[in-house]
Write a protein that binds this ligand. Structure first.
Ligand SMILES: *Cc1c(COP(=O)(O)O)cnc(C)c1O
Length: 379
């Protein structure tokens, strides 16, 4: 049906999910622990390799929060965060009473600019006499950040890295899974991400002891006593055995999803190849292997005679969902007054960009329809 609404990224099941959920019901493991939780963590640890350990949690936001807790981020501590991102990258800094320091992007990957990052670190040390407590780079729309350069800076200044790889599940840099380079990495299994548990996340930890510590915080920081004894503030962040059952089932379609998102990218590139002023965001070099979670384009108003908002409204009228890029955090009212190191890149990208339908339900015919309607807006 030509008029079915085409959505950005809709969940898609393998068919195995119900089996694991049924097992959970049959054995009465309808709680935030159990066999599915352990098995899903094993699946994810196998995917990560590099001796990493994974704790599955109630959300990706919770994962960032528990990384900050374990890095000792507290009141008035500064944490550097990529400005161009979803607000969930920065919100947990404020949950801890910390101060986000936003750093702008570089043009190739759209992710944190390593040179500006180093400038920001030097300037924070000069201004406050203290080092930022952590660095949060993001893999926007699945595109790898300049993670080698970021890790080198992290080592030079001894500031830990929390990779926000929530959008980059399955993306790789130099063949290594994004999220496994830093001290911590983040996974999100929200309904619209590469795979889903209906809602959920994971924290990639460097070792077994950190995994145990994460589980401790995620289950209300209960000390090993017969009565409930608490010496530290706890959180109720563990993933349920039901959600983990969905996650186990979703692992069967991961490779298929990755191949499909990448195929759609190729189709968009072909369809816009001869359109002056429309650029599809693709791997900037051979080290990057994006999952293309959302395919994105830049629309040059001078060359196309249109702009992202006119196109978005036209697509909406044609029953096609699209979305502007993430509005940079240093321009968000909620983070008013936070220090920011800005080079103009993220604001320019925001003024030109659009996310296009990219999920498992989007067909080749859908992509052709999307491209046709976008081209119809151009002069
Ligand atoms: C989705 C997302 C998160 C948070 O994940 P939730 O599971 O929705 O809490 C964090 N950062 C980025 C960049 C995201 O896109």
């Amino acid at each position: 049906m030509a008029n079915n609404r085409i959505l950005l990224c809709l969940a898609h099941m393998s068919g195995h999910e119900m089996k694991y959920i049924q097992e959970a019901f049959d054995t009465n493991w309808v709680v935030p622990l159990g066999p599915n939780v352990n098995a899903f963590e094993q699946d994810l640890e196998q995917l990560c390799g590099n001796g990493k350990h994974v704790v599955v949690l109630s959300s990706g936001t919770a994962a960032i929060h528990l990384a900050l807790v374990q890095l000792g981020v507290g009141r008035d501590d500064e944490v550097i965060c990529q400005s161009m991102t979803f607000s969930a990258s920065a919100n947990p800094i404020c949950y801890q009473g910390g101060v986000p320091v936003f750093v702008d992007s570089e043009r190739d990957s759209w992710n944190i600019d390593p040179n500006l990052l180093e400038d920001a670190i030097k300037d924070r040390i000069a201004k406050t006499g203290r080092k930022p407590k952590a660095i949060i780079p993001v893999y926007l729309y699945g595109m790898p950040a300049r993670i080698d350069d970021i890790i080198a800076i992290s080592r030079r200044y001894e500031i830990p890295v929390i990779e926000d790889s929530a959008e980059a599940f399955g993306s790789r840099y130099r063949g290594q899974l994004c999220g496994t380079f830093g001290d911590f990495g983040i996974m999100s299994f929200n309904g619209n991400k590469m795979i889903t548990t209906s809602g959920g996340g994971g924290l990639i930890c460097p070792d077994e002891a950190t995994k145990k510590r994460t589980m401790f915080y995620a289950t209300q920081s209960r000390e090993p006593f017969p009565y409930y004894l608490h010496k530290e503030l706890g959180y109720n962040y563990r993933m349920s055995n039901i959600c983990a059952g969905i996650g186990r089932g979703q692992m069967f379609v991961l490779e298929e999803h990755l191949a499909h998102h990448r195929h759609l990218c190729d189709r968009y590139v072909e369809l816009f190849a001869n359109v002056d002023g429309i650029t599809v965001h693709t791997n900037p070099d051979e080290r990057c292997d994006s999952n293309y979670w959302l395919n994105t384009i830049l629309i040059d108003p001078h060359k196309t005679g249109t702009d992202y908002e006119t196109v978005r409204q036209h697509l909406d009228a044609c029953n096609i969902e699209s979305r502007p890029l993430w509005k940079p955090m240093h321009t968000q009212p909620v983070f008013n007054g936070a220090p920011a190191y800005v080079n103009g890149v993220s604001e320019e990208l925001f003024s030109m960009g659009l996310c296009l339908p990219s999920g498992p339900w989007v067909s080749d015919e859908d992509v052709e329809r999307v491209a046709r309607e976008i081209i119809a807006c151009c002069k």
